[in-house]
Ligand binder design. Structure first.
Ligand code: ATP
Length: 624
């Protein structure tokens, strides 16, 4: 009789550390034995290096394959799920313990949808000769792809299974990089663990009650477990790839993390507004838009039009799984443009409130003002964003070409601009940024009935647990938070400044925004903060020679354009822009808006969203 060898592990502060039998994964030089095995474990090594560290290590979606140290930690921030394995249960090798960390897991088996890709690692074969890598008595079983060891293995203290009193057999599901994506992987481990928490709560002998719970608690330290998600898919998003991207890349991570998912497909333009207006808010805690930036814009505006909008904005977090052509929300909030990594971020993120901007124009302000989460623009960029729709097949390049073309032509977009400043000069802006950059890092603090002007100090670091959050969150916003401070029907307030008409008569770019990235590789607002109560304003004018404008445009990827002396960069609370051109448009969150006076004001912390580590992607503005 052979018993398949088990992997033993212990809990550490960082994760689950695989201890013994690891020699089976390596050859005599300590190198991993197979291609895919290599990728699985080397990825763990990278993770151990903190690529998804809770303090904000950067993702490396192309994790390099490195050699591993013998002891590998599966970090908590990659653990999606954990459960006790009932030895002898069906599928558990008839009571034999599987040791193969590369065992395939058919994710589609848990799927109702046949479109789900089978992320099988089944091409993992034993690549080296047995004599090279295994102790003589242990054999690689090419049929089951597992190591078989003789039952007299020294680790095996139990007569049949080798499970000691302080050990638990636990199936871990965790995210591992594969190619450009991250996929769920399962591994059954014999975990030696005496949880400190279990000891304190339930007595030292009752170890079993705490191990899985402790793993899950640490794995979801600042985040909500088992989210109930309404996924809204724009089947036309991302040039028609959105559905497939969601089902193959994001869904497996969400399902394996224990999220409850319902899917709604948009059937017509602006359908997501109606979906958000009519949905049963008691059923979900999260709306995930598997789309570009158009659908989150629509969802936010649909929720805004509900009679119970206060409850809706208190209950629901709106997030994006980047499946469209413009995914600024995901890049800024999840720090990635990849749907599988964004799904991992979704389940691990910190639920945080972000500011929105409320837009009014004569043609719709009496019906519903529009909420904007991303940006408003007028001039060269608005024209290039919207008027290059007909060359959509070119992808994002079309946008850059449009901007360059209009700038070289020396096009101007005269207007009048009135601004209520928060930080006018670049020096003041830097001070504001430094003072506010860490204020909203962390979990929500649910102060009942804050005023609309409450400071972002409300957001303090993780000082409230999940259940308290749920109990208190319905009180967080009230109807006052939705009231406009500066209705457009009233004259421009006295403390707003009119911008120099020399500048505004020659304006080329007028761009206001709340998120650092407006598109992949375009860090237009490097000083944007989620809940600092201000809007970032960037302006250029046609008096800047093309020779100076070119380097400015070329530095948009780094965000250093805002440092150029010719570029105006301020933090503002509200503005009014009155176009003085015959034809043209505004672009609000990428949507076409009419060429009419536009008035915008900040709506502090109106929307719950999911931010990786509780903050936007690091733009390096601080060190610029
Ligand atoms: N079934 C549909 N038919 C037509 N239009 C739709 C449909 N579903 C959604 N839309 C519209 O598609 C637009 C773009 O959506 P989204 O942002 O998800 O896609 P995208 O690929 O990023 O496109 P864009 O480049 O315009 O941002 C939205 O204005 C939305 O109203």
């Amino acid at each position: 009789m052979v018993v398949q060898k088990k992997l033993r592990a212990i809990l550490t502060d960082e994760g689950v550390l695989i201890k013994s039998q690891s020699h089976h994964m390596f050859n005599k030089h300590g190198q991993l034995r197979s291609g895919d095995s290599l990728s699985l474990l080397s990825c763990l090594s990278c993770l151990d290096d903190g690529t998804l560290s809770s303090d904000g290590g950067s993702f490396d979606e192309d994790d390099s394959l490195e050699l591993l140290p013998l002891n590998t930690t599966i970090p908590f921030n990659r653990i999606l799920n954990a459960k006790y394995v009932n030895v002898g249960q069906k599928g558990f090798n008839n009571g034999k313990i599987s040791s193969n960390p590369f065992q395939t897991e058919n994710l589609s088996s848990s799927s109702e949808n046949d479109d789900v890709e089978n992320h099988s690692l089944s091409n993992d074969k034993a690549p080296v000769s047995e004599s090279q890598s295994f102790p003589k008595k242990d054999k690689w079983d090419t049929k089951t792809n597992t190591v078989k060891v003789s039952p007299d293995d020294s680790q095996d203290n139990s007569p049949s299974l080798g499970i000691k009193d302080n050990q638990q057999l636990i199936e871990l599901t965790f995210a591992v990089p594969k190619g450009h994506d991250v996929i769920p992987q399962k591994l059954t481990l014999l975990i030696d663990h005496v949880s400190r928490k279990s000891r304190a709560n339930t007595g030292e002998e009752n170890i079993s009650s705490g191990t899985v719970e402790e793993i899950l608690e640490k794995s979801y330290e600042n985040s909500k477990r088992n989210r109930s998600i309404l996924v809204i898919i724009n089947p036309h998003g991302g040039k028609g790839t959105a559905k497939n991207l969601f089902l193959t890349k994001a869904r497996p991570i969400l399902v394996e993390s224990g999220c409850k998912i319902e899917i709604a497909y948009t059937k017509y333009a602006r359908h997501a507004i109606d979906i958000a207006k009519d949905l049963d808010i008691s059923k979900y805690d999260t709306i995930a838009c598997a789309s570009g930036d158009g659908i989150p814009y629509e969802v936010i505006n649909g929720l805004y039009r509900r009679p119970d909008r206060v409850d809706a904005f208190n209950k629901l977090a709106v997030t994006q799984l980047p499946c469209g052509s413009g995914n600024a929300m995901s890049i800024s909030c999840h720090w990635t443009n990849n749907p599988s990594y964004a799904a991992l971020c979704l389940v691990k993120s910190i639920e945080t409130r972000i500011d929105l901007m409320c837009c009014s124009q004569p043609s719709y302000m009496n019906e519903w003002p529009r909420l904007s989460f991303l940006s408003q623009t007028y001039g060269v960029i608005a024209e290039s964003d919207i008027n290059t729709e007909f060359i959509r097949w070119m992808g994002p390049v079309r946008f850059n070409l449009g901007v360059a073309f209009n700038i070289i032509q020396g096009k101007k977009y005269p207007c009048e601009v009135f601004v209520k400043y928060a930080a006018k000069s670049k020096k003041e802006l830097k001070v504001h940024f430094l003072e506010n950059k860490d204020k909203n890092k962390g979990c929500l603090t649910f102060e009942p009935n804050p005023s609309p002007n409450s400071s972002p100090d409300l957001l303090s670091k993780n000082n409230i647990n999940n259940s308290t959050k749920d109990e208190l969150s319905p009180n967080f916003l009230n109807e006052d938070n939705f009231k406009l401070k500066y209705p457009m029907t009233e004259p421009v307030p006295r403390d707003w400044e009119k911008m120099d008409s020399e500048l505004t008569d020659n304006l080329t770019i007028f761009y206001t925004g709340k998120m650092p990235y407006i598109a992949k590789d375009t860090k237009f607002f490097p000083a944007a903060l989620p809940a600092d109560g201000t809007i970032d304003l960037v302006i250029t004018d046609a008096r800047i020679p093309v020779t100076r404008m070119t380097p400015i445009l070329l530095s948009l990827d780094k965000g250093s354009h805002v440092l150029e002396p010719e570029v105006i960069h301020s933090k503002i609370l509200a503005y009014k822009i009155i176009p003085k051109v015959e034809s043209g448009l505004f672009s609000v969150d990428g949507e076409k808006f009419p060429l009419e006076p536009l008035q915008v004001e900040i709506m502090p912390m109106l929307c719950k969203t999911l931010l990786r580590n509780g903050r936007y992607i690091d733009t390096e503005f601080e060190s610029m």
